[in-house]
Write a protein that binds this ligand. Structure first.
Ligand code: ACO
Length: 328
């Protein structure tokens, strides 16, 4: 049986930075409020002519360059995004494939909001272990600024743009294998995080120009509580299922939504501060891109050791959640 190994990482953020101070001139908020409630200080914002696929392609090119695998060997490209270039088609994954010069690889997008990267990791692992594919490019890419209402202070302070990508490859070496990936969802909580307009279930006709806005809406406080509860339970389960203790984890890399959520889950798992990776202060919440962006930051800072065990977890709209145990 083939095993699936995490081969390489890459990330990209657009140049423009939007600070808390700038946001305080756009809505009724302050740097102090945002920092205290979320830990976020700034976020990157893509330009008008920079699409999700551009961010994704740049992150993916880095991951490819670092993988030692030629693009002709990539046989599948999966993008996790809730801000695709195009509403229905083509998928962002096919656009990214073309931008990278990848030909004939299976390509598709999935929608699992902030849990997207864990979902595509699970899909890649399954395709490789079944023997159907050998080298899969997985990409979390978001231009959330395109679906953010900059007159809503409850959401616009949270989100940023960016992309992260990884190459997942077949290996015979069990010690390199991705150990486990958990994924779950509960549609009963769908109304906590929604983009209510624009789709076939929308109150507006998707073809109605007036309904062209497809903004995120969130019940932040309720989302916060469900996030802490669900993440803590899920991460405890994946550790127990695999007989792994918190102290065996070198880096715990959670989805970067809110510093207080990350700290609450880290404390519940009895993680030391040096185990818990935090990047939310500089990127905000980049949804499905936040975990690979954080892994990339560690990689570029020289803080990841070959073979070390990473614990990933995420939670997002749907509701969706997931966690993974991944040797680097
Ligand atoms: N600046 C100043 N005041 C604000 C702001 C702001 N930006 N936003 C809200 N407030 C006010 C509210 O109006 C409220 O005022 P009131 O007491 O007069 O009614 C007060 O602050 C408290 O509001 P809460 O919503 O209770 O604030 P909370 O401490 O919960 O923080 C936040 C809000 C930051 C949104 C938090 O709830 C959160 O991070 N939630 C989770 C978000 C998340 O994890 N989302 C999941 C992933 S996203 C995805 O899947 C795409």
């Amino acid at each position: 049986m083939a095993y699936a190994a995490f081969r390489s990482i890459g990330a990209y953020v657009p140049q423009k930075i939007l600070t808390n101070e700038e946001l305080s001139h756009m809505v009724d908020t302050s740097d102090e409020w945002i920092t205290k409630r979320t830990g976020i200080k700034e976020r990157h914002i893509a330009s008008k002519d920079e699409f999700t696929s551009d961010l994704g392609a740049k992150a993916a090119q880095k991951a490819l360059d670092r993988s030692g695998i030629d693009k002709s060997e990539i046989d599948m490209v999966i993008t996790a995004t809730i801000s695709p270039d195009y509403f229905c088609m083509p998928s962002t994954a096919t656009v990214i494939s073309t931008k990278l010069g990848i030909k004939n690889a299976t390509a598709f997008d999935i929608s699992a909001a902030c849990t997207g990267f864990i979902y595509i990791l699970a899909i890649a692992k399954s395709f490789i272990e079944s023997g159907m594919k050998k080298n899969i490019l997985i990409i979390g890419a978001e231009k959330l600024s395109a679906i953010t209402d900059y007159s809503d202070r409850g959401t616009c302070i949270l989100f940023g743009d960016g992309a992260g990508a990884a190459v997942i490859s077949a290996t015979d070496n069990k010690s390199e294998a991705i150990i486990d990936v958990h994924t779950g969802a509960d549609g009963e909580y769908a109304d906590l995080l929604m983009t209510p307009n624009g789709g076939s279930g929308s109150a507006h006709d998707a073809l109605d120009a007036e309904a062209g806005t497809c903004f995120m809406q969130m019940k932040g406080n309720e989302t916060f509580k469900v996030a802490v509860r669900t993440l803590t339970k899920d991460v405890k389960e994946i550790l127990e299922d695999n007989n792994i203790k918190s102290e065996d984890i070198k880096h715990f890399i959670p989805h970067q939504a809110n510093l207080r959520i990350i700290k609450a889950v880290g404390d519940a798992l009895k993680m030391r501060d040096d185990q818990v990776v935090i990047t939310v202060e500089k990127y905000g919440n980049t949804s499905g891109a936040s975990i690979p962006m954080a892994i990339n930051d560690l990689y570029e800072a020289g803080e990841l050791e070959k073979g070390e065990l990473m614990l990933l977890d995420a939670f997002g709209g749907g509701l969706t959640w997931g966690s993974a145990l991944v040797p680097f």
